[in-house]
Design a protein around this ligand. Structure first.
Ligand SMILES: *[C@@H]1O[C@H](CO)[C@@H](O)[C@H](O)[C@H]1NC(C)=O
Ligand SMILES: *[C@@H]1O[C@H](CO)[C@@H](O)[C@H](O)[C@H]1NC(C)=O
Ligand SMILES: *[C@@H]1O[C@H](CO)[C@@H](O)[C@H](O)[C@H]1NC(C)=O
Ligand SMILES: *[C@@H]1O[C@H](CO)[C@@H](O)[C@H](O)[C@H]1NC(C)=O
Ligand SMILES: [Zn+2]
Length: 501
């Protein structure tokens, strides 16, 4: 009997194994893989967007630029915006985004819409008084004579006299600017916790108040806000406006109706000089730290204002920190509308990481109250029912990435929960919340974070195009005005593509 050598055996095993690799194992079907990838791409925001030849060229260009951008160290979206703003400003993608017609800005607060340099300059106007508060902040007021005590301040100094007495006006002015913005070189040490930064945040709004509610400043401030948006290629804005009353030099104050008329007048003035700007609408807002009866009053006033000024008043919102303020459910009585009224709501909801608490249920409650959009909705991914409702009712989430990062809900923007919403084609718009506090202007910085960070490499020109279109389609403009805005936007978009592809 001829013996079979060990060598022969192992050779035979090898043959069997080799045959198995190609015939026994089940290798995934590459076509199925391709199909799955395509399916996901189609589902993401902008996935269904048809691109023409020029747009495809631009898309390839953006992809190449982004490939380069993700090798940057530090990679901007992974870092605190304050530390990388100067790097973003040099980015070729950012420069393209600045030129891109972005449509509308739907989530901006009126008190924080201009750059801080402009605010400082406003303190140089005649009759400006300043007061230094016990807690290291400032208050401003304009007056012909020594001001009445306001905001707990009884000791006012006239700013021009004070400045004339100072050796180093520049460092004084820098300290004033620090009082009016959160922007700083070392955000992690300056703002170690959410509590700490929210305290500073609310303080800034109080410091700003006397400056920007002085009637002449208010008017120029609105104009400047529109100008900064327009220069960033935004064509329409919806502003959350607070309850502070405008005042004159002699201390007299104006009511809400007057302020609304000013918004209308200044917008008309701006449109006369920039006919392709579509306008301003305002969302009247009350602070969530107010009492139920106060909010009830504010809702009633909003109903009346909206009825009288349907062209410019879009609806109502509750603002301020959700974690410490009253929840929507807490205010349910104040927010329940008489049946004949149809005041639209635009609630801030889910700007929190307190998963499972009453605050966290604001996203559900906002939808129960038929909100038209959801401000932030950072927590919505934890709520499948709210997410489903928001999608089926086309209630868009207003994503403000830089705001969420600065207010410490997320540090590396690649981990922002909106990444889930983006890959799922959820209704969404991009906005900037409080540009003067975060050191941004317009929407380009936030678009950059969304496009390069949150959306990652899969976000493409289709994504940007859909986000811009969304901002018009999810606005409170009538269907007819939306169509008009779309026509104007499309023309700008075509020019943008032609000039940059
Ligand atoms: C600064 O304010 C003055 C009015 O006080 C105005 O004339 C001037 O144009 C402003 N400059 C800038 C850069 O805004
Ligand atoms: C605000 O301005 C005052 C007066 O110049 C200054 O003492 C204080 O440090 C400033 N606050 C901040 C947060 O920079
Ligand atoms: C708005 O403009 C109209 C027309 O120019 C003017 O009569 C009215 O006083 C202005 N309103 C305010 C509040 O400035
Ligand atoms: C929300 O809208 C639905 C459908 O129109 C309506 O039945 C319901 O009463 C509204 N809810 C509130 C709180 O307004
Ligand atoms: Zn906001």
């Amino acid at each position: 009997m001829s013996s079979i050598s060990l060598k022969d055996v192992s050779a035979a095993v090898m043959v069997v194994l080799l045959v198995c690799v190609s015939e026994c194992k089940s290798m995934p079907d590459p076509r199925q893989r391709e199909q799955m990838l395509q399916q996901e791409l189609l589902q993401q925001i902008g996935g269904n967007m048809e691109l023409n030849e020029a747009e495809k060229r631009m898309d390839s260009l953006l992809y190449m630029l982004k490939m380069k951008e993700i090798t940057l160290s530090p990679f901007p979206p992974a870092n605190h915006f304050f530390k990388v703003r100067h790097i973003i400003q040099q980015s070729p993608i950012f420069k393209l985004l600045q030129k891109m017609p972005k449509g509308a800005a739907l989530h901006i607060h009126n008190s924080a819409m201009v750059s801080v340099d402009w605010l400082l300059n406003a303190t140089y106007r005649p009759n400006c008084y300043i007061c230094f508060t016990w807690d290291g902040s400032v208050r401003f007021t304009f007056s012909t004579s020594t001001p009445f005590p306001r905001w707990g301040c009884s000791f006012w100094k006239r700013l021009d006299i004070l400045r004339a007495s100072l050796g180093d006006v520049t460092s004084f002015d820098n300290s004033l600017m620090r009082n009016l913005t959160l922007f700083t070189e070392d955000p992690e040490t300056s703002y170690p916790t959410q509590d700490c930064i929210w305290k500073r945040f609310e303080k800034i709004f109080i410091a700003l108040s006397g400056l920007i509610t002085y009637a002449p400043v208010l008017k120029d401030h609105i104009y400047q806000g529109l100008k900064e948006l327009y220069e960033d290629n935004i064509m329409y804005v919806e502003l959350r406006i607070g309850q502070a009353k405008a005042y004159e030099l002699d201390g007299t104050t104006h009511d809400r109706a007057w302020t609304i008329e000013v918004y209308r007048n200044i917008t008309e003035q701006f449109r006369a000089n920039h006919p392709d700007f579509m306008g301003t609408r305002v969302i009247l807002s009350a602070h969530r730290s107010s009492s139920v009866s106060r909010v009830k009053q504010a809702v009633q006033e909003a109903i009346e204002m909206q009825r009288k000024n349907p062209d410019i008043v879009a609806g109502f919102d509750l603002v301020g920190r959700e974690d410490t303020g009253g929840s929507i459910w807490y205010f349910r009585d104040a927010l329940s509308l008489p049946s004949e009224s149809q005041l639209p709501y635009f609630f801030h909801a889910g700007e929190t990481d307190l998963d499972g608490t009453d605050v966290d249920r604001n996203v559900l409650d906002a939808l129960l109250f038929n909100t038209s959009r959801i401000g932030h909705g950072f927590a919505i991914v934890h709520h499948p029912v709210a997410k489903q409702l928001s999608r089926s009712r086309r209630v868009a989430v207003e994503l403000c990435p830089i705001s969420n990062q600065v207010l410490k809900l997320v540090s590396d923007l690649r981990n922002h929960p909106a990444a889930v919403l983006m890959s799922d084609g959820h209704p969404m718009v991009v906005s900037s919340d409080d540009p003067s506090l975060f050191g941004t202007t317009g929407l380009s910085y936030d678009f950059y974070e969304v496009f390069v960070g949150i959306g990652g490499l899969s976000a493409n020109l289709g994504t940007l195009k859909e986000l811009a279109i969304n901002s018009i389609r999810y606005s409170s403009l009538s269907a007819q005005l939306q169509d008009k805005a779309m026509t104007v936007w499309q023309e700008k978009w075509n020019t943008f593509i032609a000039e940059n592809s």
